[in-house]
Design a protein around this ligand. Structure first.
Ligand code: AMP
Length: 302
């Protein structure tokens, strides 16, 4: 069976990143970039987003070379979205130092006709009003998944609640899950989020891995223990890309597929953090993925 096509909407960015040991300026990033590159190892991906004229042609070439459809990517007059962040010694914690919306400020997603039949959709972290707009332009999506962040939980709460009623799978980090649910216990938080609409919640826990909840199933996957993390930026979106790519390839949302997908997501996330931007994924092939997948199996077998 052919893998279903995934439409992703989200940011494409220039990131300035500082970790306790390294620093990079103008690294190509953004949630949609990381997601699309990761998902493209398993399924065809189509991006909806916007970049400025300063966005590097080499990055667009790389996306195309991975088979990523860019028809829904607008190239606008102005500068690409910019994000600057600094990681603490504990790299699970980061501060946003600066955020410049630039071309994102006036962004209205436009779905090309060729995207509208897509069966799988990932609404990456972006204004819930825009997430809803993309969703309503899809004819009959079979699997809708979304991410969000503290800013939208605080500032666009009612739109987010409206969105959650239409989402099958929510992929968010632990702090956001606590904030959204009002609980500081992960099980209670997941139960409360399921009551808001999504049948499945996957909570990302940084270096502690990820945990899936549905009404009758719980599954946890660790993060791969690495001796050195160069840059954690994009790990969450890469994880979501691997997970959704795998689900699109399987064509179903069984518990078994979600569990395997979470392992593939963790495989790719464990690699993306070994270098800046998505550089580590540039030379990755199926053999490299399979090798770390086996290491995950060994890590969790008892
Ligand atoms: P992650 O580390 O997976 O949470 O994702 C980091 C990516 O999200 C970076 O490449 C940023 O460019 C992007 N990002 C950071 N803040 C925002 C925001 N407010 N809206 C959209 N994308 C963002």
């Amino acid at each position: 069976m052919n893998a279903s096509r995934i439409v992703v909407v989200g940011s494409l960015a220039f990131d300035n990143v500082e970790t306790p040991r390294a620093k990079v300026d103008l690294a190509v990033g953004g949630a949609a970039s990381y997601f699309a590159v990761a998902a493209s190892f398993f399924a065809p991906v189509a991006i909806v987003g916007v970049v400025g004229r300063d966005f590097p042609a080499s990055a667009l070439e790389f996306f195309r070379a991975r088979g990523i459809d860019l028809e829904g990517l607008q190239i606008a007059d102005g500068q690409t979205f910019r994000w600057s962040g600094r990681y603490h010694e504990n790299m699970n914690v980061r501060d946003t130092l600066d955020l410049q919306l630039n071309v994102f400020a006036d962004f209205t997603p436009q779905l090309p006709a060729s995207y509208r039949q897509a069966e799988v959709c990932f609404l990456a972290n972006i204004d819930p009003a825009l997430q809803l707009r993309v969703l309503s332009d899809l004819h009959r999506p079979r699997l809708v998944a979304a991410d969000t962040m503290n800013y939208w939980i605080e500032n666009a709460h009612s739109k987010l609640i409206e969105l959650l009623r239409r989402v099958e799978l929510l992929v968010i980090n632990d702090q956001e899950a606590y904030q959204l649910s009002g609980h500081d216990n992960i099980v209670k938080a997941a139960r409360a989020i399921i009551a808001m609409g999504p049948r499945h919640v996957v909570i990302k826990r940084g270096e502690y891995g990820a945990i899936h909840f549905s009404s009758d199933s719980v599954f946890a996957v660790p993060a791969y223990p690495l001796e050195e993390v160069v840059d954690p930026t994009g790990a969450g979106d890469t994880f979501a890309g691997g997970l959704m790519g795998w689900l699109a390839k399987q064509g179903n949302l069984t518990i078994a597929a979600i569990r395997q997908g979470m392992v593939y997501g963790s495989v790719l996330a464990s690699m993306v953090v070994e270098d800046f931007s998505f550089n580590r994924l540039r030379e990755l092939d199926q053999e490299g993925i399979d090798k770390r997948y086996r290491q995950f199996v060994a890590l969790t077998q008892f």
